[in-house]
Design a binder for this molecule. Structure first.
Ligand code: BGC
Length: 348
């Protein structure tokens, strides 16, 4: 009996040591920019949830500058980070910092965007990026009733940042749904710009998307031709297209897709200026990453649900994909307000 009690005491002591170790362990969180709404939310959520779990957090935003992100991560390592969580500006540009992390045996999580061309990436947590594109493409297909309507319909495409691995998945998910209709001539892209390289938006910047949309509108739609649909990969680019339409277009307002449910775009959905968005609840992603960080640090099995999709050019990174959700003016209240993501005032 005495032996048993001693054993129980040992186990309890060991457990308390493990939880004491978790207390205050430093997690470096590197976010790309404060310019786009979602990364502010991601950073805040990560910090809050990690601190609640007892970690110390070194959170940095890199102003969309690759060199800044590189040196911020190197500083995190130098300052004793025991885990790194990185949402890269450019997935392939952080090699040196990742090598340094590997040399220091620091587990690295790719957050939302995959870290490319490195074997020093331990895990990836994101939303199902291809599915985001599928949701957008399917919305266009169903709203225009492409299988039955006569058409043709004019469509333009605005995609994301070529340096962000996600951008290709969003584009491909949508294009795979829409290609049969482009090929049959039911969807006509008057600008002729359909390849990812032609429709990409460096840094996902609203202004860049706006300038390109203005050029397309003045070159192909200034004579009163309607553009029926504008496939936009996310909300920051959709906003650029919406600004361009407001200033340069008098035809029937097009169907416009988006992603993220940014405040400005949700307001536009309510006002009828954007048709849909894809809601990716950043709280879900942050909670998942905090869980995975805890599992790595305590040597538990890490919760992943995809071990095949995300090859970064060197390794296939074990991933957890969260579910993206369709959003529009009909369900935004339930999704965004009832869930506490936004207040009514945020959307006024
Ligand atoms: C994210 C999107 C976001 C875009 C621009 C992507 O990597 O997955 O949610 O809209 O970056 O910030």
């Amino acid at each position: 009996m005495k032996k048993f009690i001693a054993l129980v005491l040992c186990v309890l002591l060991a457990l308390s040591c493990v939880s004491a170790l978790a207390e205050g362990q430093k997690v470096g969180v590197s976010m790309p920019t404060k310019d786009l709404q979602r990364w502010n939310q991601d950073g805040e959520n990560m910090q809050k949830m990690l601190e609640e779990a007892g970690y110390t957090v070194d959170l940095q935003y890199a102003s969309n500058d690759v060199q800044t992100q590189l040196s911020q991560i190197e500083n995190m390592i130098a300052n004793g980070a025991e885990v790194l969580v990185i949402a890269a500006i450019e997935g392939s540009s952080l090699g040196e910092a990742l090598t340094m992390a590997a040399e220091n045996e620091i587990p690295v999580f790719a957050y939302d965007r995959l870290l490319m061309q490195s074997d020093a990436v331990s895990y990836y947590a994101t939303f199902d990026n291809y599915k985001v594109g599928t949701v957008q493409g399917t919305y266009i297909k169903e709203t225009l009733d492409l299988d039955n309507a006569e058409g043709p319909f004019n469509m333009e495409i605005t995609a994301g940042d070529p340096g962000d691995n996600n951008a290709g998945y969003f584009y491909q998910g949508a294009i795979d749904v829409l290609t049969p209709y482009i090929e049959s001539g039911k969807l006509v892209v008057k600008s002729g710009q359909t390849a990812f390289s032609d429709v990409a938006t460096p840094t996902w910047a609203t202004e860049v998307a706006q300038t390109r949309a203005e050029n397309i509108l003045s070159s192909y739609y200034a004579d009163g031709t309607n553009v029926d649909v504008w496939l936009c990969s996310n909300d920051s680019t959709a906003l650029g297209v919406e600004n361009a339409l407001a200033a340069n277009y008098t035809g029937t307002y097009p169907i416009i897709t988006g992603q993220d449910c940014d405040k400005a775009n949700t307001k536009n959905m309510i006002a009828g200026k954007q048709s849909m968005s894809v809601f990716k609840d950043t709280r879900t992603l942050a909670a998942q990453v905090v869980k995975m960080v805890g599992q790595v640090l305590s040597g538990e099995t890490v919760d992943v649900n995809d071990t095949e999709t995300y090859n970064n050019g060197v390794i296939t990174v074990p991933s957890f994909l969260c579910e993206p959700v369709f959003a529009d003016a009909n369900n935004y209240k339930e999704l965004l307000i009832d869930s506490g993501y936004y207040t009514e005032d945020d959307l006024k």
